[in-house]
Ligand binder design. Structure first.
Ligand SMILES: [Cu+2]
Length: 655
């Protein structure tokens, strides 16, 4: 135990040392920190021109997803997913509050980790991007037409939804693997009875081919290890999914020591096609559950939240031949599959080398029943029988691997802060370049598909100090862009990123930009409180509820002066933006509303709730500069005492 602690301390000091040799005086020197003029040209996107790629970066502790252009590194948008977002009112407006509903009630934040873009035949199709909420297990689907979150499904029996949200090559499934094993079903158990009693749920969430609608098809209740990362098989290994595990010791305290005892942990290889067949033939056990399924309807501009009450679980012991364990050097983190589907790379994060397993050898070992015991009835294959090769890299702390279009792989090393390029098949290291500092994930556009696009690698760094002008103790994280079109990698750009990007997904802009929606058609607006012309504006009272159907267009609200509202009322502003012109949202803010303001897109309806607490005449106004007369876009609500008998009245245009 002591020696492991010593190693951990050494590794930590090594990382600190490596982290402090940077550019402290603000001047650049040396090959890797200098931006020479030809590098500047490589990332320069002239005014009015477009970037070549979209990059979708997880927001980590921001709970959201950010959209960048490559190679410019310009941030285009933050898409709210699991967190309330004041900029648009997501999670504050009545229509979007249901998106954040869970079995625990509203959880207005999460920790978003790994985005993945939908695929058809193993090639990115640009329809949706999926991302996981790690804290309160959820998977979200975001439309790449509207760049809005369309659906969030909570994942029961899970905790720390980390080995997610990766998709199979026809987007048949998005997986949600639990990092923490827990009692299933949850129970009041002594924690030291962990071993054997806790389970790790790996959930396979089906995705409807046309609509994208998600549903949990089945959950595999695996032994109580930690399931860290995962990737789907593809091409020849399509039909399989691979998950790294740690804590195969099933320890329940001081895991940094106690989960490092075994020389090898496992990659779990799961034949999901076989399990799907089993389930389609009536296999599995339905178990009571309680989880939220939230869907946003783009025609009513409104989300609904439904509580699902059942989940189909599968016990691995009931499907012999569906799951195997591949021994991998201890505590592997990333689990990455080459574009051909033949190799599965496990990165033992305390190791210096990378372990590459062969899918063909794995099948062969299974066929010949060359097992080395089992864990909870799941056969363990022999390390030597499945090993394709080892990348002797000499780096420290390998984490993640992505692939280019020329048969090369790129692996990040967290402790020695570098990206290492190596050749698939010969396992030789071709190049290595430092990152500044402590790199986690990396991304090559299409790198998690049969068809990577190559050209760039983006390194996502955990520590940013010395790279930009300081902004107090908190610095945004840092991404670094490398040109990988030549034999050697070239660092060509640094840019800050928002939150803590874990994984990212990149796609050629041409696959998305033509489908991008510009407005919501007013004549398709099915929101129950939408009005399609200002003369339909009205105010109605139902007991203490006051509903205002309001229109907004440059540069006024209809109605604009409302009287007859009383202290103690609950006022709903249902506001429809009547613009039918790209990029003309209007905003709405009401003084004293205990909620956010709203930003309403052309043709959309959103609702803000306001509970007036004080008598007086209170203004509201448009928050988004929309025309030369934007400042005039305003109105008043007169609030009378609770016992007042003033009737509702309001002014329409010109009255
Ligand atoms: Cu306006």
């Amino acid at each position: 135990m002591k020696s492991i602690l010593k190693i951990m301390t050494l590794l930590f000091s090594a990382s600190v040392l490596l982290s402090s040799c940077g550019n402290n005086n603000g001047k650049s020197s040396g090959n890797n920190s200098a931006l020479n003029s030809s590098n500047a040209e490589k990332v320069y996107v002239a005014p009015g021109e477009y970037d070549e790629f979209y990059a979708f970066m997880s927001g980590g502790y921001s709970g959201n997803l950010t959209v960048y252009g490559l190679p410019s590194g310009r941030m285009f948008k933050e898409i709210p997913v699991f967190s309330q977002f004041p900029t648009t009112g997501y999670g504050y407006s009545e229509e979007t509050k249901p998106m954040l509903n869970t079995s625990f009630g509203m959880v207005p934040w999460d920790d978003s980790h790994h985005p993945d873009i939908s695929q058809t035949n193993g090639v990115l199709d640009g329809r949706w991007v999926f991302i996981n909420g790690n804290n309160t297990p959820r998977i979200a689907r975001i439309s790449l037409k509207t760049f809005e979150t369309e659906e969030i499904i909570e994942v029961p029996n899970s905790a720390g939804n980390h080995s997610s949200s990766f998709i199979t090559e026809n987007t048949e499934y998005v997986v949600a693997g639990t990092r923490f094993s827990v009692p299933v079903p949850q129970a009041d158990l002594p924690i030291n009875e962990y071993k054997g009693k806790f389970k790790g749920a790996l959930s396979f969430i089906s995705v409807d081919k046309e609509t994208g609608r998600m549903g949990i098809k089945f959950q595999i209740l695996m032994p109580g290890f930690n399931y860290d990362l995962s990737h789907p098989g593809r091409d020849k290994s399509h039909g399989w999914f691979f998950f790294t595990t740690y804590n195969t010791e099933e320890a329940n305290s001081l895991l940094e020591v106690n989960a490092s005892q075994n020389d090898k942990d496992f990659i779990a290889a799961i034949n999901w096609k076989k399990i799907e067949e089993y389930v389609n033939n009536g296999g599995g056990t339905k178990m009571p559950a309680n989880y939220a399924h939230n869907v946003y309807d783009e025609h009513t501009h409104t989300a609904t939240s439904t509580m699902e009450k059942e989940v189909l679980t599968v016990n691995p012991a009931d499907i012999p031949g569906a799951i195997y364990f591949l021994p991998t050097p201890k505590s592997p983190h990333g689990c990455d599959v080459t574009p051909s589907g033949e190799y599965i790379i496990g990165n033992g994060k305390l190791s210096a080398d990378l372990t590459v397993h062969s899918f063909a050898k794995m099948l062969d070992a299974i066929e010949n029943k060359k097992f080395d015991g089992d864990a909870y009835g799941i056969p363990i294959l022999k390390y030597e029988d499945i090993l394709a090769g080892v990348v002797k890299s000499g780096g420290l702390g390998p984490l993640h691997t992505e692939f280019d279009d020329k048969g090369n792989a790129y692996t990040t090393f967290f402790i020695s802060s570098e990206v290492v390029k190596w050749k698939i098949g010969t396992w030789e290291v071709i190049d290595r370049k430092p990152t500044y500092y402590s790199v986690g994930h990396l991304m090559i556009p299409g790198g998690n598909s049969r068809k990577p696009f190559g050209k760039y690698v983006v390194a996502m760094n955990k520590i940013t100090k010395d790279r930009y002008l300081p902004t107090g103790p908190e610095l945004e994280h840092s991404a670094q862009l490398y040109d990988i079109s030549g034999e050697k990698m070239e660092l060509i750009y640094d840019f800050p990123t928002h939150g803590e990007p874990h994984y990212a997904a990149g796609i050629p802009a041409d696959l998305i930009k033509g489908n991008s929606q510009k407005i919501y058609r007013l004549d398709e607006n099915k929101h129950p409180y939408a009005i399609t012309s200002p003369d339909q504006a009205k105010v109605t009272r139902n007991g203490k509820e006051v509903h205002i159907s309001m229109a907004m267009i440059r540069s006024h609200f209809t109605p604009d002066n409302i009287e007859g509202v009383k202290v103690g009322d609950k006022v709903y502003f249902h506001i429809t933006n009547h613009e039918q012109d790209f990029d003309v949202p209007h905003g709405f803010a009401m003084i004293g509303a205990n909620n956010s303001e709203l930003l309403i897109m052309p043709g959309q309806t959103k609702t803000l709730t306001w509970e007036p607490k004080q008598v007086g005449v209170w203004p509201f106004y448009c928050t988004d500069f929309c025309s030369a007369l934007h400042q005039e876009m305003q109105g008043y609500v007169r609030v009378s005492p609770a016992n007042s008998d003033i009737e509702l009245s309001w002014s329409l245009d010109g009255e």
